[in-house]
Every structure is written in C-alpha cells, then in structure tokens.
Design a protein around this ligand. Sequence first.
Ligand SMILES: [Zn+2]
Length: 478
Amino acid sequence: MVHLPTPLEMQASARYSDSAQVGGYLRALAAAAGELATAVSLGRSAGGRDLPALLCGFADAGRVAPGKLRVMLVGSIHGASEAAGCEALLGLARDALLGDRRDWLDTFELVIVPNANPDGRDSDSWRNGNAANINRDFVLLEQPESQALDAAVRRWAPAVVLDAHEQAVLKRKTLGAAGYLTAFEAQFDVASLPAIPEPLRQFASATLLPQLIADTQARGLPAQRYIGEIKSLAQPVTHGDLTARTFRNKAGLRGALAVLLETPMEPKAGQYATFRDIGSRVEKQRLCMEVFLDCVRDHASAIAAAQALAAQEPDDREFPLNARYWRDPADATLTLPLRERANGMRIEATFADHRAVAAHDLLRPTAGYYITDHTERFAALLTRHGLAFETLAEPIERAVISGVYAGGDEPATACVLREERHHIHAIPAGALRVAPSGRDRRLLPLLLDPRSASSVFRYAAYARLLVPGEASFIARAA
Ligand SMILES: [Zn+2]
C-alpha cells in the first residue's frame, strides 16, 4: 500500500505544519493519486499566500456524478490557534485516496480545503493578514479568504459542508479568571439561520445532529451539541450565531447541509511533550471527521431527499429574517460539566437554558430590489456574493415598498424600522435592479433589509448610509 506520511507525521507531531508544507503535501497527494485527485487554488490570502484545495473522486467538476454526494471539508479557518483541523484533513485525504478509506470515494466527491487561513497558520494567529476574523465576514465578504470559500460553495455546490474548529478550554480573561475550565470532548452543530428552508433545517437538527453525537459517543468520545462560548457561571447558554456572518450559516443558506465541529484544546502551560499537544488534538479531529463522513454516507439518500424538498419550496414563501434565543419554559436550566482550573477536578454547573429559538420579522420575497444611491458600493457587494444585477439605462416608474429607518452611526438602533411607504417610485437611470431567483430570493433581503441581523446595515460603515426620516435608497418591488 502506498503510504505518504503527512508533514505532521514526518515531524512526529513535534509541531504543526506550515502553509508551504500543506500546499506541497496536497500537490504530492494529487501526483500520487493520479486521476483520482486534483490540487487546485481557491485564490490568495490577505497576506498573499495560496489557498489550496484538493478535489478527490471528481468525475466532472461542473456536475456531480450520478449516485455521488459532494462534500466540502474545511479546516483551520482560525489559523494557528486551531491548527489541528488542517492536519486531520491531510491524513483524511491521504487515506481516502491511497489508504484504507478508499471506500469513501465510492459515495463521495470531496472538496478538501485544509488550510482556510494560511496567514494565521504562519503567524501564530487566529486572524488573517488583515487582522480580520474570517468566520465573521460572510455578510460583507471583504476578506479574500471568505470570498474564496463562499465562491467555492457556489462553484462546486456541495450537498454537505463540514467546518472544523477547535476551542480553548481555558478562557484566560473570563471563565478562567473565575477559576474554571470548560470540559467537553467534541461538539457538533448545524447551520441554524432561520432563513434556511425548513426541510433542510429540520433534517439537520432532528436527524443528522443527534446521529453524529451518538456515533461519536459510540466511538468512545463524549460528544454534545455545540454550546456557545461559556464566559461566566452566571450567563445563559445558547447555541451558535444566528446570522449569515459565519461560514456554516452562509453555506447553509446556499443550500448545503452545513455542520460545525469543535474539539477542545488544553491550556498552553501543560505537561505536553508536543506543541500544545497537537498529536492528540489531531486524533480527536480525525475521529470526529470519520464519524461525520460515515454518518453522512449512511444518510446519503435522506440528505438528497431533504434537499429536493427544500428546492421545491415556492420562491415567494414567507420566511423569517431573524431569530433569537429565549428561555422556554421560563425556568429551564442546563447542567454542564466544568473543571476547576487549580486542580482539574470536575464539577457541575447549572445555567439558565436559553436554547429555544424564536423566529421573527417575517418577509415574503418579492420580484426585485432597486438601489438608487451608493450604487458603486452595492454593485461591488452584489458581485462579491455572486448576485446578478443590471444598471438601468433609462429611468422607470415602479410600485415599490421603501422603509424609513431610525438612522445614525450605531447599527442596532439605526436599523429600527419607523414606517414602510408603499408608493410609485421614479427610479433614475443608473440605479441597480436586482431580480434574484431560487435561493438568492432569501439571500438578497437578508443582506439588504436593515431589519435583518444579517444585513450589511448592521455594520457602522453601512448603517450611516440610512438617512433618518427619509425613505431608504433601497426599495423592494411591491
Ligand atoms: Zn474557530
């Protein structure tokens, strides 16, 4: 059997590999695997580093082969701070192409993006070369890495996406300062944005997620649904972010069944022989990724069915722009294990349970939007999201609905809707007309409607474009 040791294996887990080693290894794998694999580039990072990907088992990049399921696996979006996902994906790719997991390619076409943040990886950081958190940039898409990942999801249209993270158990400034560490071994979550079609969200949370947790536990690793970061004993607990800012929610909105994985990372000041215990971290990630692929394979036909059902939803069906966590019943609690920082002793802590989700701000998608001001800026934004638009050559009159917003520099208050005006609007030449179809009929209002917590107006640079007391420069067709 061909065996191509990963850079981490070559270094006997003494330290994690750098971006040049990762790129070199993917090219070596592609060369060894022949027509089974192709090494490609998704573009360049903020710091000019290559963003490599490996396509495994593809017959035709433009079309998923009949009977196959396309799965995208993304590692280390938070750079060196969460280095294990990348290493685990290198081993996984090797075993799928040349090793003892070649059976995966009977079911899957894999898009493997092991090193989603090469700048962070090479500079001991979780941010990219612009000091940005890539995994909060999927609304603005200002960073080359988030642009590349979003474009990869559009281009290859994976049915399933895995976003692999790690989480430090010691939060030095918050829970750690109070004397506690979090205690978990593996956490999974699914895309939770309320605008994701119901059949997909339902299948993800009611079927796939419990199965992933059960299968991981069956392999000996305690697992649970992802609990948002715990910073205080007095805080309520929820799950993850409910906006399109994160990769997993954005991929979900684009039609993928998107899954988050988090495994823990012990404090730096440990007794570990290796660099922050990278060897055992990689083993944990690898086990969870195997469980994930096996579980997805077991449910391949159910996943295809849920996606077909989601695709059948009428384009104009009402959907929620927003959701929030709340406590239901009013006295609900959740008990979670923690460890005492001083001696590692496990304790149990009880938190207010705010994991119930209430969707709100319902909107019925309309045929189109008109953007009459700041057109250059919005043309660039639409282009980044792959949303088609036209620039009006002649003025037109249309029945539209325009919102009047509170305005101001503070996004949360600027986006408060004062009134909606139904009127006939004289739309000047040079205005942008956007007529989205399919999934884009939800993506567009999420990005452009200031009421949406996923809108660009939730960022100060856009919030201040809303003029108090005036109808917004973005109107939707009535
Ligand atoms: Zn992360």
